[in-house]
Design a protein around this ligand. Structure first.
Ligand code: RP5
Length: 339
C-alpha cells in the first residue's frame, strides 16, 4: 500500500506531497502490556485535569507572538500568564484566526475538513473517530463556537490564535517521542560523571522547520500503535531508514532494542504550533542502552525531517523544541543521572 507516512508533519520539506511506501511493521508488538492497554482510548472519559506529570512550563511556547510561516497580520494575540486559564474572565480577548492556506485549499488527506467544508459535521470529538484518535490524554475537552460550528477548546487555556495553524486535526494531534539514551563514556569506555551522577546522552535531531534540537518524534498515523510510531519515527528521522537499505543486523538490533521502553510521559505538549482549537499531545518513551552496545552502536544518519542528528549530552542547560526538555529531565530522574 502506498500512502504518505509523514501524515501532517509540518517540518517535512515535502509537506506530504511525496508518497512513500508505508511499511506497517509486521506483527508489531506493543511495548508492554500496560502500554498496549493505554493505547486503546475509551469513550468513558474523566473531565479534563492537569496531571501531576504535566511539565511545569505548560503553555509558554504556544503563546509566542510570531507564528511560524504565518503572514505578518496573523500574529498571536498576546496575553499575560495570569490570563491563560479559560476560567479567568477576559472580555478583551481577540485571538487571531489562522489555519495555513495550504491546509485550507489543498485539503490534504491528513487534515480535517474546515468548519465550512463537507464532512466537518461528521467529526466525532472526544472519541475514537474511525481510526482517528480524538481522545485527549488529559480527559474530556470542551467545545467552543467558531463560525457557527462547535470546535475543540485547548484544555491548557488561551493561545492567542484560533483555527488550526499548521496542525491538521481539530483538537488533539497525537505524536510519539522515542527518547533513546546511553551513558556518556570516555575513550577507555568509562562512564563520565558530573559529581556522583553519570552523564546521559540522548539521540537528538535538529528540526528543519525551527532549527531547534529535539527528540526524533512524529505523528501517530491513523490506526497505528504508539509502539510502532516510536520505532518508525526513530528510523525515519535518526537513521534515514527510508532512503537507505539497512543492514539486516541493524534492523534486528533496532527491533530488539525497541521492545523494551519505559513510559516517561503522556499528555499535552507545549508545541509552538498549538492554537485554541488544535494542539499536540504525545506519548514519550525511554529506550535506554545501559552498556552502550545496542543503540549506541547504530550509525546515526539524519532523515527527511531532520537536518542533523547526534548523541547529545544532557545537562539542565540544553535548549530543546516544545516541552522536550521536560521529558529529558524525567528520564534523568528515572535513571538517577546528572541533569
Ligand atoms: C512535538 O511535535 C511532539 O513531541 C513530537 O516530537 C513532534 C511531532 O511533530 P512532527 O515532528 O511530526 O512535526 O509536539
Amino acid at each position: 500500500m502506498v500512502r504518505c507516512r509523514r501524515f501532517f508533519c509540518c517540518c517535512c520539506p515535502n509537506r506530504c506531497s511525496r508518497s512513500k511506501d508505508y511499511e506497517q511493521a509486521p506483527g508489531e508488538e506493543p511495548l508492554t502490556k500496560a502500554a498496549e492497554e493505554e493505547e486503546s482510548p475509551t469513550t468513558e472519559q474523566q473531565p479534563q485535569q492537569q496531571s501531576e506529570d504535566m511539565p511545569a512550563n505548560v503553555h509558554q511556547k504556544a503563546r509566542t507572538e510570531v507564528y511560524q510561516g504565518a503572514p505578518d497580520d496573523k500574529k498571536r494575540y498576546q496575553i499575560k500568564d495570569s490570563e491563560v486559564a479559560w476560567n479567568i474572565e477576559l472580555p478583551s480577548y481577540a485571538p487571531v484566526l489562522y489555519t495555513q492556506e495550504k491546509i485550507l485549499t489543498d485539503k490534504p488527506v491528513w487534515a480535517d475538513p474546515d468548519v465550512a467544508d463537507d464532512g466537518f459535521e461528521n467529526i466525532k470529538f472526544n472519541e475514537m473517530d474511525g481510526n482517528v484518535n480524538r481522545v485527549s490524554y488529559n480527559g474530556k475537552y470542551d467545545l467552543e463556537e467558531l463560525e457557527g460550528k462547535k470546535v475543540p477548546r485547548n484544555p491548557m487555556g488561551r493561545t492567542g490564535m484560533r483555527g488550526r495553524g499548521l496542525l491538521g486535526k481539530w483538537g488533539p494531534n497525537h505524536a510519539a517521542d522515542p527518547i533513546v539514551t546511553r551513558f556518556k563514556r570516555d575513550k577507555d569506555g568509562n562512564i563520565e560523571k558530573q559529581g556522583d551522577k553519570p552523564i546521559l546522552e540522548f539521540v537528538a535531531i535538529q528540526r528543519r522547520d525551527t532549527k531547534e534540537w529535539a527528540i526524533p518524534g512524529g505523528m501517530v498515523d491513523g490506526g497505528e500503535h504508539v509502539s510502532a510510531t516510536l520505532k518508525r519515527e526513530f528510523g525515519e528521522e535518526a537513521l534515514n531508514s527510508i532512503e537507505e537499505e539497512q543492514k539486516e543486523e541493524t534492523k534486528n538490533l533496532i527491533t530488539e532494542f525497541f521492545k523494551a521502553g519505559d513510559k516517561i510521559y503522556e499528555g499535552y505538549v507545549d508545541d509552538p504550533r498549538n492554537t485554541d482549537n488544535a494542539w499536540m499531545e504525545t506519548a514519550a518513551y525511554n529506550f535506554h542502552d545501559d552498556d552502550g552496545k545496542k543503540a549506541g552502536k547504530i550509525p546515526l544518519n539524519a532523515g527527511d525531517d531532520a537536518q542533523a542528528v547526534r548523541w547529545m549530552a544532557i545537562d539542565s542547560g540544553i535548549q530543546l523544541y516544545a516541552s522536550h526538555k521536560d521529558f529529558i529531565r524525567k528520564v534523568c530522574e528515572k535513571l538517577n543521572a546528572h541533569f
